[in-house]
Structures are given as structure tokens and as C-alpha cells.
Design a protein around this ligand. Structure first.
Ligand SMILES: [Zn+2]
Length: 425
């Protein structure tokens, strides 16, 4: 039997908790009443010079956890934080600036002049934190500037990207470990994300050359999200009829749950995204389509609408969502079978960040498996993940228990609310 990951709600043995004075100082800065257990564990470990590997739900105060040690040690060298997307960098920059941190973003948006000015500021010690991408770290000028001033803390946020995006898509992810090794003085390394399977965790540890990291693990449970899955008519094979049933299910769930918040409807392809959007618009819903190939300005317009309007439906491919931090998403619908359990849980997890009751619904048909297999390939890791996702949807066990199992946590009790626990909705 697989070893179950131990959940560490408080400070790992062998690490001394930071003093109450220091905790009070951070609480004042963050406007918190108290640090949450995983935040205290992370700050204490990094303050004591230990690497950390942290999995905590989005919205769980991850940023404060990884910044705390730098804030307690302002005299130390730079805090470098790797964020995969511009949207995440912008969000982090604003949060850091609000804490009085002098922050520079190094990314491909900068002009050559802006870039060299930023590097000069870093070299002259006028910067506390640098937000950047793995690709930027590969530039010789960046390496030398950072090495010269010395990096004390290096945080790899959304470290699941190492597993999902390493290799061909963003090979620079595979070289962060080597960047760390080449620095004259090795920084304390923090890797964090929302969820990691045991296999993905092994890859992250190895790739970043983590040194006996303190493993901090929040529960993956999101009791505020009711997880539902509906298999579209098993007797249906006609694509038009399958689509019709998906649409009518979507309509009824929207009528019921989209009254007081936003909705994301995930589609597998751009074609499906357009079809669903047009159908919703015809039915009088306020829906916008989102996919990678849209012009930049159009994507920005939609993101802006999504950020600022309370009730809006975004119909999108996977290109939509990462870096979107909106709290009142009441409903996430998967119009077809997702590609993996990770894919499902990541998208589902965007619902209910305000802690209020929310719904996640998968509308799947057995033929989706073949369509997805054509996308991920008929063998290899991605295919196995797709099979696991299909098993997850077909299995007659509580979704929350299956997820805990999959992510290496103890199975625990049934949730009492998912499609398996309470089939009628
Ligand atoms: Zn359940």
C-alpha cells in the first residue's frame, strides 16, 4: 500500500516556531489576527534556514507564508519568486507593494531600457523582491545581477508547472534547479502549489534539488464546493443529441445556481467554446468566450469584465483561469470530461473562494474519453491520467474520498454532498 502523506498542521518537529513577537509583527503587517498553522510552519521553517515544500488550497494565504521569512529578515539578500504567468506576477506585485516591499518584475513586457534599469536597481540593492519567470532566469545578465547581490530566498510558486510544463512546452522550468545550483550562495528554496500527487512531488523535489524540505501540507478538502457529475445519456451516440442534452443540463444548472455570482464553463476545444457561448447568448445569458487565440486586447477586455462584474459567465478553454483570483465564482461547469484529476480539481477549485456554497458540475459522455485520448495520445502518462479521471467519474465512491486518496492524503469520511453521497440535485 502507498504511504499516506502526513498532514502537518503545525510546525514540523526539528524546526523551532518563530517567537510570539515575530508572529505579532507579521500579523500586524498582514492585518491578520493570527497566522494560520501552515503559514506559521512555512515562515518558521524558512526563518530557520530550511527549504519547504508546501501544498495549500488557493486562497489559503500561500503568499504570506512564503514571504514571511523575508519580511522578518529584511537585511538578508533578495527574495526571488517565480510565477508562471503575467497575471500572477501583477497580482503578487500589488500585494508586495502594499506591504511596503520594494519589488521589481522581470518579464518579457519590459523594453530593453526598462530591463537594464531594473537590473541596475537590483544590483544596487534598491530591490527587496524580484518576480519573474523561469525563462528570465536563463538570461546571463539576470543570473549575474541576482548572483552579485545574492539571493536569500527563492520561491517557486505554482510548482506543479514543473511537472506539467517542463519538457517541451516550457523547458526553462526544468532548469530552475540548475540556476539554483550555480548561484555562489544557495538560497532557501520554497516550492508551493495547491495540489501535488505523490509522483509529481518526487519530480519537484528532484528537479529543484530541494534539501530535506519541511513538507507542509494543508488539507485538499473544499467542503464549500458541492461536486457533481452527470453522465450524459449512455444510450446516446448521436453527437447532436449528446450536445442537446449537455446544453439543456447546462441551462438548468445555470438557472439554479448562477443567480448571485459568476460562472466558468470549461470546454475542451475552441469550437465547443464558441458553440456554447453562442447558444448561451441566444438564450439571453451574459456569456463571453475565452481561448488562447483571441487577440490580446479582447482577452484583456474579458478578463477585466470578469474581474469587475459580479454576474458574468465565461465560457473558456483551459487558457482561462490561472491567475484569476475571483472570490464569488458560484459555479464551475466542465462541458465534457476533463483531461486528468489534476485538471478537474484545479478548475473546480476556482469556485467558492469566498467560502460560500458553490457547485462544480461535470457533464460527461463516454465518447469524451476518445476525444480526449486523441488530444493527449493513446499511451503514456497523460493517457494514464485520463484513464484515472474516467475511473474517478465512474467509481461509486465519494468524490472527496477519491480525491484525498489520489493526492496521497488519508481517505477520511464521506463528504455527504457529492453526486455519489447525494445523487439528487
Ligand atoms: Zn461525497
Amino acid at each position: 500500500m502507498k504511504d499516506k502523506m502526513k498532514i502537518i498542521p503545525s510546525v514540523h518537529s526539528g524546526v523551532t516556531e518563530i517567537t510570539p513577537d515575530k508572529q505579532a509583527l507579521l500579523c500586524k503587517l498582514f492585518h491578520f489576527k493570527a497566522l494560520r498553522p501552515h503559514q506559521l510552519a512555512a515562515v518558521s521553517a524558512m526563518h530557520a534556514g530550511r527549504d519547504i515544500l508546501m501544498t495549500v488550497n488557493t486562497g489559503g494565504g500561500k503568499s504570506e507564508a512564503i514571504l514571511g521569512a523575508k519580511l522578518l529578515n529584511p537585511e538578508h539578500g533578495l527574495h526571488v519568486q517565480i510565477e508562471p504567468l503575467r497575471a500572477l506576477q501583477g497580482d503578487m506585485r500589488d500585494r508586495m507593494a502594499a506591504l511596503g516591499i520594494r519589488v521589481e518584475v522581470l518579464n518579457s513586457d519590459l523594453s530593453p531600457l526598462q530591463f537594464s534599469t531594473a537590473l541596475q536597481k537590483i544590483k544596487h540593492g534598491a530591490v527587496d523582491c524580484v518576480l519573474t519567470t523561469p525563462e528570465q532566469l536563463e538570461k546571463s545578465a539576470v543570473f549575474h545581477a541576482l548572483n552579485e547581490i545574492s539571493v536569500s530566498f527563492l520561491a517557486v510558486d505554482e510548482c506543479h508547472c514543473l511537472v506539467e510544463w517542463g519538457g517541451e512546452f516550457r523547458p526553462a522550468y526544468d532548469r530552475i534547479g540548475s540556476f539554483i545550483q550555480h548561484l555562489d550562495s544557495r538560497p532557501i528554496v520554497a516550492a508551493c502549489t495547491a495540489t501535488l500527487t505523490p509522483d509529481a512531488e518526487k519530480k519537484v523535489r528532484k528537479s529543484l534539488h530541494l534539501r530535506d524540505p519541511v513538507r507542509i501540507c494543508g488539507s485538499i478538502d473544499r467542503p464549500e464546493i458541492r461536486q457533481l457529475a452527470v453522465e450524459i445519456g449512455t444510450d446516446l451516440t448521436d453527437r447532436t443529441l449528446i450536445r442537446k442534452e449537455r446544453f439543456s443540463r447546462l441551462k438548468s444548472v445555470l438557472k439554479e445556481y448562477a443567480k448571485d455570482g459568476s460562472v466558468i464553463v470549461y470546454c475542451t476545444s475552441v469550437t465547443q467554446t464558441r458553440e456554447v457561448t453562442e447558444w448561451l447568448q441566444r438564450k439571453g445569458f451574459d456569456a463571453e468566450p475565452f481561448y488562447a487565440a483571441l487577440p490580446h486586447a479582447e482577452k484583456e477586455r474579458i478578463r477585466q469584465r470578469f474581474r469587475t462584474e459580479k454576474r458574468i459567465i465565461i465560457v473558456g478553454t483551459s487558457a482561462f483561469g490561472m491567475g484569476i483570483d475571483k472570490s464569488n465564482i458560484r459555479l464551475v461547469v466542465h462541458m465534457s470530461m476533463p483531461l486528468s484529476i489534476e485538471d478537474y480539481w484545479q478548475k473546480t477549485g476556482r469556485a467558492g473562494r469566498d467560502g460560500k456554497k458553490s457547485i462544480s458540475l461535470v457533464l460527461w459522455h463516454r465518447l469524451d474519453f476518445n476525444i480526449n485520448a486523441a488530444i493527449v495520445g493513446y499511451s503514456g502518462k497523460k493517457y494514464k491520467k485520463l484513464q484515472r479521471l474516467r475511473d474517478f467519474l465512474q467509481c461509486n465512491q465519494c468524490f472527496a474520498q477519491q480525491l484525498r486518496n489520489y493526492f496521497g492524503q488519508s481517505e477520511g469520511k464521506t463528504c455527504g454532498r457529492c453526486s455519489i453521497c447525494k445523487p439528487k440535485f
